[in-house]
Design a protein around this ligand. Sequence first.
Ligand code: PLP
Length: 378
Amino acid sequence: MKNTIYFDNSATTKPCDTALKFMNETLSENWGNPSALHTFGIYAEEELEKSRAAAAKVLCCRPDEIYFTSCGTESNNLALLGAALARKKRGNRIVTTAVEHPSVQNTLDFLGELGFEIVRLHTEKNGKISIDELNAAINENTILASIMLVNNETGAIQPVTAAAEAIKKSNAPALLHCDAVQGFGKLPINVGKMGVDLLSASGHKIHAVKGIGILYKKKGVNIKTVLNGGGQEKGLRSGTEAVHQASALRGAIEELGSIENNLKKMQELNDYARAKIKETGIAVINSPEDALPYILNISVAGYRSETLLHYLDAKGIFVSSGSACAKGEKSYVLADLGLSEKQIDSALRLSFSRYNTKEEIDVFCSALSDAANTLRKA
Ligand code: PLP
């Protein structure tokens, strides 16, 4: 859509040119089944392996530690269900945070119904869990911990490396899973240094296309499959691989360039947005200072999020009232952060991409001021 401002990149991103080019090439010329033994199948397999290697490079791991799935949600389900089922004889406690994405929260609720004990750690004022509380929550029955890298509503970055060290020291038989859907391709990630056993990511958050997810599984770590069938992806995720979507992911990764440089530019845009939004005098910033700069959560006290969202929408500015999945429900993430009801009711999430500019921030801020002059307070 022309002349619009898209600040909802944590929900999904615009597929980039290279992603579309690679996807179309695979779809039109290399559409074989990568499991087929004939040459056409082998070509498809080679294409798939190129994409696996590209994903592995982003995570600093071996290509054979990357498993393709359909999305971040599927990767989270597979990691959590697969790890819990594989380790159920060793214990039944699973430790997580109170601010995980619903694809983790709801999967753990399901495991809770199956008899696992789910312990949820609350976040502090800075949006992070405390490592002391993590230490207190881990016991000899703990078989799994799931801690997200970047929160999808606030951008808060969790201390995953410190969590991994704490788990290792505890001697608990626990695997560590990290939902890195909002951090993949945006923060430098080295899974070995981070100390995670399992990590989830998703293509459509980094300008690839919907329908492609990644699960990193450290070599030697065993989890059960939850999708039985033809044994694709080394038996972990049956179902014919969507080679063209994996090609799109490779295209998106190629177009990313330097993650560190992108992060610096994004910090500049975020700093500008924070300053300009504060200048309006009608909004406060909810995201912690050291949050991932791609996400900025704000509250415009006195105005309901939905009302503001629709006002901005009419002006061609697209933001979100929380996470895309929440669809208007009150944010448990902001509640856990200790924000007041008023702040939660009036929260907006802006999430940026490399296509956004300072000029767009200016347009947003003047629209926000117009909204405050035009709309009736809730
Ligand atoms: N985890 C986090 C933190 C997310 O933000 C999202 C999507 O917004 C997901 C998981 C789910 O990813 P997908 O949309 O690829 O299923």
